[in-house]
Design a protein around this ligand. Structure first.
Ligand code: THU
Length: 152
């Protein structure tokens, strides 16, 4: 299914700018890979996040999930889009950073995969857009569990 992504409906530049700023706060002493993310809620609020690593490795969290956790914990559960900026330490953002599988699944929890837009950016002018279903096809989500005894 081909869908046009109407970039004009999203504050793409502001989201990328916010992700670039958030990336500066990344705590990544072990991997040296710094990531910033900015998530847009359905109400057009932007929440940012960076990756936060841990000496015990496993508790590390990605920038996308930091941003989503901030939005959801403030009460905003319906998400429209996310901008991601990631690159090894240093100022030049040399690559397009794609979200890891865990972050894609977390996006899925709070978004419609046909609608939610993932923006991976190298700068405000240089970015790519995807719908979540392209990055996480045939996904499993909350709808699969609706009407189950356990969810009532
Ligand atoms: N990372 C993110 O923040 N987002 C992703 O989607 C991929 C990976 C972080 C986790 C870790 O701190 C570092 O990048 C290297 O994996």
């Amino acid at each position: 299914m081909e869908q046009t992504i109407y970039e004009g409906e999203l504050p793409v530049n502001e989201m990328i700018r916010s992700a670039i700023e958030a990336r500066k706060k990344a705590y990544a002493p072990y991997s040296g890979y710094m990531v910033g993310a900015a998530v847009l809620t359905n109400e057009l609020r932007i929440y940012t996040g960076c990756n936060i690593e841990n000496a015990s490795y496993t508790p590390s969290i990605c920038a996308e999930r930091t941003a989503i956790s901030k939005a959801v914990s403030e009460g905003w559960r319906r998400l429209k889009a996310i901008a991601i900026v990631g690159s090894p330490k240093g100022d030049t953002i040399s690559q397009y950073a794609f979200p890891c599988g865990v972050c894609r699944q977390v996006m899925r929890e709070f978004a419609d995969p046909e609608e939610f837009v993932v923006i991976t950016a190298r700068s405000e002018q240089d970015y790519k857009l995807y719908r979540l279903y392209e990055l996480l096809p045939e996904s499993f989500g909350p709808d699969n569990l609706r009407n189950q005894e356990c969810c009532k």
